[in-house]
Design a protein around this ligand. Structure first.
Ligand SMILES: *Cc1c(COP(=O)(O)O)cnc(C)c1O
Length: 383
């Protein structure tokens, strides 16, 4: 297939000759109403009804015991890792194929990532690769899993549901149980994605969602920690709101907390956005189906949801036949005003993570060299 056909196809879908972004937010629901209401109330900051309301709505939608709203997804991940008991010097297993925020959050906990490969089924943390790395490099002691060479704990595993496609959670949970490793899900990209009928981010002890401007719904900036129990939910709320002990007027804080609470102004936007989530999901599925059909008889392979999952199809992606075909597609589309992007450079290539231990990353490297993300804004009109 010639790459120019892809430009024509995308232009036809969006019915425009203007610049087509990768993913832009849409505000044609109650966004203005709720935000204006917040401004008029003067409760724009850390107190107000929309934060509680947004948390309740996310709890109802995802089925999590307790959701805690934060200033962004990275902060949600940071708080989740803190709550999971990650300590300075610990190792945390994750994928090299991820957005840098996954690794930044654990780095800020003083932990060091261990990179293992992703699965070709999900593009997320591969259970087999994780188990193989541990079998070779780790041992179980009375205090838990330790890295043999350094005798430092391997405390947690952070799989990331790449582009909204759920990882193989049953198998990953089995590996985590076997090695006494705590599961924390980076579900930043997967609001609206379900693994065997259950929402992503609710399998681990903690999960983190992002509401950044490019995600499926946005609060401007924002995030949410999904907590497995009411008790850890309460503690997460406490630690993300300066660890202040409730009192009518006294200031007493019982530990060094974070100021990670989502402002009411952002939560107002979130309350309006979640009202249209189902509609976005349906539109995104139609868009993905169109891409799938278009690429079916070509040598480009459209990335589809794993058979065990229902994906939100947050970012559509295609695997090009060769690295050259990838480069050509990126150049041609971007020059034609159709925004496409390569996947992130693998984490172990970045200066701050270059010395982190890692397993074989063949699949990650293949995807890095072949994958291109395509415009994914939901469209009402599907061609
Ligand atoms: C977007 C994203 C985050 C964090 O998001 P922010 O809200 O921008 O801090 C974390 N991990 C992944 C994989 C993401 O895509």
């Amino acid at each position: 297939m010639s790459q120019i056909k892809i430009v024509e196809f995308v232009r036809n879908i969006y019915q425009t000759n203007d610049f087509i972004p990768l993913h832009k937010p849409t505000f044609d629901g109650n966004e203005q109403k709720y935000v204006l209401e917040t401004i008029k109330s003067t409760f724009v900051s850390s107190v107000g009804k929309f934060v509680d309301e947004f948390e309740s709505k996310i709890e109802a939608y995802t089925g999590t015991e307790k959701a805690v709203a934060t200033v962004n997804g990275t902060a949600a991940l940071h708080a989740a890792l803190y709550m999971a008991g990650v300590k300075p010097g610990d190792f945390v297993m994750t994928q090299a194929l991820t957005f840098v925020a996954t690794c930044n959050a654990l780095h800020h906990m003083g932990a060091v990532p261990i990179f293992v490969d992703v699965s070709s089924v999900s593009l997320g943390l591969c259970p087999k690769a994780m188990d193989e790395f541990l079998t070779e490099n780790a041992e179980l002691t009375e205090t838990g899993c330790v890295h043999k060479k350094t005798q430092r704990p391997i405390r947690a595993a952070v799989p990331m549901h790449t582009f909204g496609h759920p990882v193989e959670l049953d198998e990953l949970m089995t590996v985590c149980l076997k090695w006494h490793i705590t599961l924390v899900e980076d579900a930043a990209e997967s609001l609206g994605s379900f693994y065997k009928g259950k929402h992503t981010g609710t399998f681990g002890d903690f999960g983190a969602i992002s509401f950044n401007g490019n995600k499926i719904i946005t609060t401007g900036g924002g995030g949410m920690v999904l907590c497995k129990t009411r008790d850890t939910g309460k503690q997460t709320k406490h630690i993300t709101t300066t660890a202040k002990v409730p009192h009518p007027y006294e200031f007493y804080h019982d530990e060094a907390g974070f100021n990670y609470r989502m402002p009411n102004l952002n939560a107002a936007l979130g309350c309006a956005q979640i009202e249209v989530l189902e509609q976005y999901l349906a539109q995104k599925r139609v868009l993905a189906d169109n891409y799938k059909l278009f690429f079916e008889s070509s040598d480009f392979q459209f990335v589809q949801e794993p058979e065990y999952a229902k994906s939100n199809y947050w970012l559509n992606a295609v695997i090009c036949p060769t690295p050259d075909a990838r480069d050509e597609l990126l150049k041609l589309t971007n020059e034609a005003g159709v925004m496409t992007r390569p996947i992130w450079q693998l984490m172990h290539r970045l200066p701050m993570f270059k010395d982190a231990p890692r397993g074989d990353l063949a699949q990650s490297e293949y995807i890095e060299a072949h994958l291109v993300n395509l415009p994914s804004t939901p469209v009402l009109r599907a061609s």
